[in-house]
Design a protein around this ligand. Structure first.
Ligand code: FAD
Ligand code: NAP
Ligand code: SF4
Length: 682
């Protein structure tokens, strides 16, 4: 047996087909629903078709579209994707045709946003505003409930006409059906509220109506919240009763959801332990006879295989990992899982974009969602290209250029690739960043890039070698602020701490509360990296027995390892605004759990043996700290770039990307995108 065959057989359970009686799925991997923003405008359906076709070509067994509303009241945002007319059918046919041509299968998700809709006409079970929404919903009249059931039926029937293999009814994450099911949001006194039987009436009536409209040979998946993670959610007994009733009502598959969007417990960010929720899925699977899908924070073929092989679930739903790498399944089947571009659960390219009403893409894969726009065409005229710096920008540029057929030399001053990312991956909760470095390590070899490590290239060398194009990706270096006493032995830079492992005392002041200041604080306070599941459950107060409604319990938190002050000069601004929209709150809460003292409006006076002298609101105080750690931003490294008097690049063969181009607002998403985009047109 060859090594490849051995590796592929190590994934035999996740790769085996699933027979649903009237149809068969070719493997156990499902691309879970994820809103890309392309669903909302008819003129983007060509792009949406290309996006799904790519994932079908990559081997995914079943795809599920982003949420499509059954009527206008259910819109996620004004004029959001809707399926309620034959015109919609024509748009969607482009998607189903493209997927079927690649041998894939696809479900359309029917999602009524309820009180999560971003428009003034939102409705819900009761008139109770969500803490994460600006619109107060109107309680639905009974006649509206009845017409909504019909709308779901019509929507499903139209989706069948559009060529879909089935539908998924979205009943989790706090959307409308969840709002009816839970006491938290359902305060009705009629037959749609009160007892569990009444609260689950709407989803059951919808499933029955949909089944009636689509007939027996059409997949109906239902996504049910297994743990709501909000007060007033359901208990385990109630959730099991709902699941059994859905099974009886005629669903084909049960997909699982974890937590409402308004929950203050993270469920998918990097700091959530991998496959954290498999235990709760296992418990549900034991209760049902239909196939059950596991979801949330599963991002490797190893975890997929382990979950399927152990019988904890029949299918694995992943959305972001298939955004990051459309070929996840094919690479696994080919016995090359090490070539997978792993999702690092950062949310920066996908959910942060979606929640800002922008098109979703992926930090590690800028082609995601842009399949027809960012295209890597083989070059007819291979060039000799130098890329200086093997950080994220340089790696992205070098590998795309080489993939296109150019002869690329990548120079790196350090003894390894990765640049700043090699520090980020040492931060607790960012361990996944290691996977991106691993991916690029393999990809550099695969694409034939000539990598020169320990090679701080000089301008004369670049000139002498006669390169056709030179890409400066030399990144950034930490800024050293001009505070008196900055040379004091107490003062450390963030690379001293994160890269060089310098010893840090018990009491610490961190200067700068951007992304890196927060990361350094978390690094200083974490007991374990990665955090073990049990410790994580205790820190966030999660009870997998879901004994109390919502599955919340009193958190158990240890005394912090250190006393940390996190400081910034700006006043008024919420601390820790650096990280993204969907992750910032997790970092801020984690810092609160560790009793970090956050101070804004700080003036740095001096550093001496007594500690850090600061002035806040005109009053001077001394922070008696063992160390002061500088996280005061960064500056571009661009000595190799020929520039004219105005600072513009003076030689057309030179290009600059990533941190070297602009240090402010830099992140890896921008660095990787700029590298790929430049390489696509060199
Ligand atoms: P760099 O990573 O700085 O790489 C430049 C490379 O060029 C270096 O390896 C350097 O050695 C090399 N080089 C310089 N001069 C030469 C020369 N003359 N010859 C050869 N090689 C040279 N970003 C996010 O998006 N999300 C995050 O969560 C996140 N967290 C972070 C956490 C930490 C602790 C840190 C430090 C950064 C984090 N970042 C994060 C930022 C992100 O890592 C950077 O923005 C991004 O990697 C910058 O990439 P770059 O390629 O432009 O520069
Ligand atoms: P940053 O977010 O710009 O923060 C720099 C901090 O330093 C600010 O708090 C700033 O606040 C302070 N500062 C700036 N100049 C100073 C000076 N002269 N003296 C004292 N303080 C000064 O930059 P960063 O934290 O270095 O992060 C770099 C990039 O990496 C960021 O742009 C970010 O996108 C990325 N990153 C992202 C994440 C993430 O989770 N998404 C995590 C880490 C890093 P004041 O000026 O108010 O003092
Ligand atoms: Fe995963 Fe980040 Fe890409 Fe989203 S942007 S798919 S979280 S790697």
């Amino acid at each position: 047996m060859t090594a490849t065959a051995t590796t592929a057989s190590a994934f035999s359970h996740m790769l085996q087909p699933l027979d649903l009686g009237f149809t068969q799925l070719k493997n156990r991997i499902v691309m879970g629903s994820m809103h890309t923003g392309l669903e909302d405008r008819f003129y983007n359906y060509g792009k949406l078709a290309a996006y799904f076709a790519e994932r079908a070509r990559g081997g995914t067994g079943l795809l599920i579209t982003g949420g499509i509303s059954p009527n206008r009241q259910g819109w996620l945002l004004p004029f959001g994707g809707t399926m309620n007319s034959h015109v919609d059918v024509l748009n969607h046919r482009r998607v189903t045709y493209a997927v079927h041509r690649e041998g894939g299968k696809i479900l359309m998700q029917i999602l009524h946003a309820g009180r999560y809709g971003y428009h003034p006409f939102v409705v819900s079970a009761s008139s109770w505003k969500s803490p994460i929404s600006m619109f107060k919903p109107r309680a639905m009249r009974e006649s509206e409930i009845l017409s909504t059931i019909k709308d779901y039926g019509r929507c499903a029937k139209l989706s069948k006409l559009a060529g879909y293999d089935g539908v998924e009814i979205m009943g989790s994450e706090g959307y409308l059906l969840n709002q009816f099911i839970c006491n938290r949001t359902n305060h009705r006194k009629d037959q749609w509220g009160g007892s569990l039987e009444n609260r689950m009436r709407l989803p059951l009536e919808i499933v029955k109506r949909v089944r009636q409209e689509v007939g027996p040979n059409f997949i109906i998946a239902y996504r049910l919240s297994l743990i709501d993670l909000v007060e007033g959610g359901n208990t385990w007994d109630e959730i099991v009763k709902i699941a059994k009733a859905l099974e009886t009502a005629g669903i084909t598959l049960l997909n699982t959801g974890i937590g409402w969007h308004e929950a203050r417990v993270p469920t998918i960010v990097t700091s959530v332990p991998r496959a954290a929720f498999r235990e709760i899925t296992r418990r549900m699977k034991k209760e049902l006879t239909i196939p059950v899908m596991a979801s949330n924070r599963i991002n490797t073929p190893e975890d997929c295989e382990s979950i399927i092989a152990s019988g904890d679930a029949d299918l694995i739903s992943m959305a972001r990992p298939l955004l990051a790498d459309a070929y996840f399944v094919n690479k696994t089947a080919a016995g090359k899982p090490e070539e997978i571009n792993t999702c690092i659960a950062c949310n920066q390219g996908c959910l942060d974009q979606t929640f800002s009403y922008k098109r979703a893409t992926c930090l590690v894969n800028p082609q995601a969602g842009f399949e027809t726009e960012l295209v890597y065409v083989k070059t007819a005229r291979p060039k000799k290209i130098a890329v200086v710096g093997a950080g994220m920008a340089g790696l992205s540029c070098a590998t795309v250029a080489a993939e296109r057929g150019h002869h690329v030399t990548l120079f790196e001053a350090a003894d390894d690739i990765g640049g700043q990312f090699t520090m980020a991956m040492n931060v607790p909760g960012k361990e996944e960043f290691r996977e991106t470095v691993r991916y690029f390590r393999n990809h550099v070899k695969k694409t034939g890039v000539s990598l020169k490590l320990n090679h701080a290239v000089k301008a004369a060398e670049l000139k002498a070698a006669g390169f056709d194009e030179i890409v400066i990706a030399t990144g950034v270096q930490p800024r050293t602020p001009g505070i008196p006493g900055i040379d004091h032995p107490k003062v450390l830079s963030y690379p001293d701490v994160l890269r060089h492992g310098k010893k840090v005392g018990h009491k610490v002041a961190v200067i700068g509360a951007g992304g890196i200041g927060i990361d350094v604080s978390e690094f200083l306070l974490a007991e374990h990296s990665p955090q073990p599941l049990q410790e994580w459950l205790e820190e966030w107060g999660v009870d997998f027995n879901v004994a109390e409604p919502g599955g919340l319990r009193t958190p158990k938190r240890e005394q912090p390892l250190r006393e940390v002050w996190l400081l910034q000069r700006k006043a008024g601004k919420k601390m820790g605004q650096g990280p993204g929209k969907t992750t910032g709150w997790v970092h801020r809460l984690a810092l609160q759990h560790h009793q970090v003292k956050m101070l804004g409006g700080v003036e740095y006076v001096k550093i001496d043996d007594l500690g850090l002298h600061i002035r806040v609101g005109g009053e001077e105080q001394i922070l008696d700290v063992d160390n002061v750690i500088l996280c005061a931003g960064q500056e571009s490294v661009r000595e190799l770039l020929p520039v004219d008097a105005d600072g513009k690049v003076s030689d057309p063969h030179f290009h600059v990307i990533g941190g070297a181009k602009l240090a402010g607002e830099l992140d890896a998403k921008r660095a990787i995108y700029e590298g790929a985009e430049l390489a696509s047109r060199l």
